[in-house]
Structures are given as structure tokens and as C-alpha cells.
Design a protein around this ligand. Structure first.
Ligand code: HEM
Length: 280
């Protein structure tokens, strides 16, 4: 229409687009495989009623990371994630002032000095892993579950002074189970048309329950810190509760502290445990 060539797209199914072609248990692998058939390194798919563009080429990936030309769009699945992490850093929209505030308040928690300060806690959790694997002897271990325990316990302890003590239990922490249920539902909602989501009442009830469960844990973590009377801690929670944004002079409000806490508990362990599992 305006002379711009259309982005190549695999043929979908009339009305429902590419959604039914994507296996629910391996969406990323599927899209990666399809991407190999597009030597231009860019393709578009219609998923859940939305046209989504994927790049499969390092130069194009670098190009779309140019913040001067592209912004972060909070479309599904991120827009669904807002159901439980609201305007946390991961899901805040570009135009929300709170992103800048939280970013400026929290940056010191990622300085080299802070990283060094977290080291004893990181070592503490790593030793728990080593002890667990030593005790397993010749029995096989579940690497990806144990990496999840390792990284959740690490972010919990370094960021929030909270001990999940995941290695003491055979089952993954109830927080993790609630999170996995909620994330799975987010991915299902991304594939479904909005009408289908509205009709899945049982799934919605489980979803809302999982969100409540995660928030209860977060409230407990914040409450523990308040009751401890500790001040001046420069971990994530300490900064969120006490520090003021150098630009606006404002603190994060309670609802945002809760959203950020949940964001960090999820974002701080999930990708890290995936990376470690693959590396091992
Ligand atoms: C191997 C480890 C990690 C990988 C591969 C990873 C990957 C990513 C990616 C790709 C994004 C951008 C997502 C987007 O904009 O759509 C992101 C954002 C984010 N990650 Fe990670 N991450 C890792 C570790 C962590 C850790 C340890 C933390 C917290 C302690 C963390 C917290 C966050 C947060 C808060 C954001 C949102 C940032 C913003 O937009 O302001 N991540 N991560």
C-alpha cells in the first residue's frame, strides 16, 4: 500500500491464523524452527488475533534493540502478566512515570559493590545445592528443578533477605507452583482469542487463586522486613521501601513495591535458572 514490502508470513488457518499450529508445550522452539525457513531473518505470525513479528538474525535483533527507534510494547503475553505484576519494571509501559522512578531507585542494587555484598548469600545457597547433590550419591538429580531452587533462593535471600529454603523440600515451593500455574495460563491466554479466555471460568478461578497465593507470599516478605525494624539495607527491598527517586524526590508507593517485589522474584530466578540448566 505505501510501497513497504510485507513481512513474510507462514500460511495460517482462516480466521484463527497461526495459533493452532503452535504446540502449547514448545512455542519458542516451534517459532525458531519456522524461522529457519525465512532467510531474510524476519517473519510475522498471527497469534491470538494479533500480528506478531519475530526476528531470527543477530543484526536484526541488534536493530530492534535500538531504543531510539523502537519502544517496549506491552502486548500479550506481557499485558497479561500485568494481572499480577502490574507496573513492575518488566511490564511497565513506556509512558508510565513509575518505570523511571523504580529504575533510578533500584539501579544501585546492581552496582559492582552490591554484587560483592551479595556474594556470601550466593555462596550460602550454592553450598546448599552442593550438599544436596552430595547426599544424592549415585541417585540421579533433577537439574532444572534444582537450578530453580538455587536461583529462587538466591534472589530471595540477596534481594529480600527471605529464605525459601527450597532444598529442604522434595516439592517445589508453593510460590513456584502458583507462579508456574499463572505463567502457563498467561501463555494460554496469549494463544486464545479474548472470548475464549472469558469462557474458561474454571481456569480463571485457578488463575486468580494462584495470583492471590503469590501476592500473599510477597506481603509476608514485606511485612517481615517492616516488623524487623531494620533500616538502611541497600538490597532491593530496602531500596524500594526507603529510597527516594533522585529526580522526582518520590518514593515508590506500597502497591508498586509489591508489584516490583513479585517482578524481581519471578524475573530474578526464571531466566537465570533456565540459563544454568542449559549450561549444565
Ligand atoms: C541469565 C539471566 C537473565 C536473562 C537471560 C535475562 C533476560 C532478560 C531479558 C531478555 C529482558 C528484557 C525483556 C523485555 O524487555 O521484554 C529482561 C528484563 C528484566 N530482567 Fe532479566 N534476565 C536475567 C537475569 C535477571 C536477574 C538476575 C534479575 C533480577 C535480579 C532480572 C530482572 C529483570 C528485570 C527487572 C527486567 C525488566 C527491566 C526493565 O524493563 O526495566 N533479570 N531480562
Amino acid at each position: 500500500m505505501n510501497g513497504t514490502p510485507a513481512i513474510p508470513a507462514p500460511r495460517g488457518i482462516p480466521l484463527v491464523g497461526n495459533t493452532p499450529q503452535i504446540p502449547p508445550d514448545r512455542p519458542i522452539q516451534y517459532i525458531t524452527e519456522v524461522g529457519r525457513h525465512y532467510p531474510e531473518g524476519v517473519l510475522s505470525m498471527e497469534i491470538g488475533g494479533l500480528e506478531q513479528v519475530f526476528v531470527a538474525d543477530p543484526d536484526l535483533a541488534a536493530e530492534v534493540c535500538d531504543e531510539a527507534r523502537f519502544g517496549k510494547v506491552i502486548a500479550p503475553p506481557l499485558s497479561h502478566l500485568r494481572d499480577f505484576v502490574g507496573s513492575g519494571l518488566f511490564t511497565a509501559r513506556d509512558d508510565e512515570e513509575v518505570w523511571g522512578q523504580a529504575h533510578r531507585i533500584l539501579t544501585p542494587a546492581f552496582s559492582q559493590r552490591s554484587m560483592k555484598a551479595y556474594f556470601p548469600q550466593m555462596l550460602d545457597v550454592a553450598q546448599e545445592l552442593v550438599r544436596t547433590w552430595e547426599a544424592a550419591g549415585a541417585r540421579p538429580v533433577n537439574v532444572s528443578d534444582d537450578m530453580t531452587r538455587l536461583t529462587l533462593d538466591t534472589i530471595g535471600l540477596c534481594g529480600f533477605g527471605h529464605r525459601f529454603d527450597s532444598f529442604r523440600s522434595e516439592e517445589l515451593d508453593p510460590f513456584l507452583q502458583a507462579m508456574l500455574r499463572a505463567l502457563t495460563e498467561v501463555m494460554n491466554r496469549t494463544r486464545h482469542m479474548p472470548l475464549v479466555t472469558r469462557l474458561r471460568l474454571v481456569e480463571d478461578r485457578t488463575y486468580q487463586q494462584s495470583i492471590r497465593q503469590m501476592r500473599q507470599l510477597v506481603d509476608r516478605v514485606i511485612e517481615q522486613r517492616r516488623r524487623s525494624g531494620e533500616t538502611g539495607r541497600d538490597d532491593l527491598l530496602g531500596l524500594m521501601m526507603e529510597a527516594t527517586d533522585p529526580v522526582t524526590g518520590r518514593r515508590l508507593d506500597d502497591a508498586n513495591v509489591r508489584d516490583q517485589t513479585l517482578t524481581f522474584l519471578i524475573a530474578g530466578h526464571e531466566a537465570t535458572s533456565g540459563l544454568l540448566s542449559f549450561a549444565l
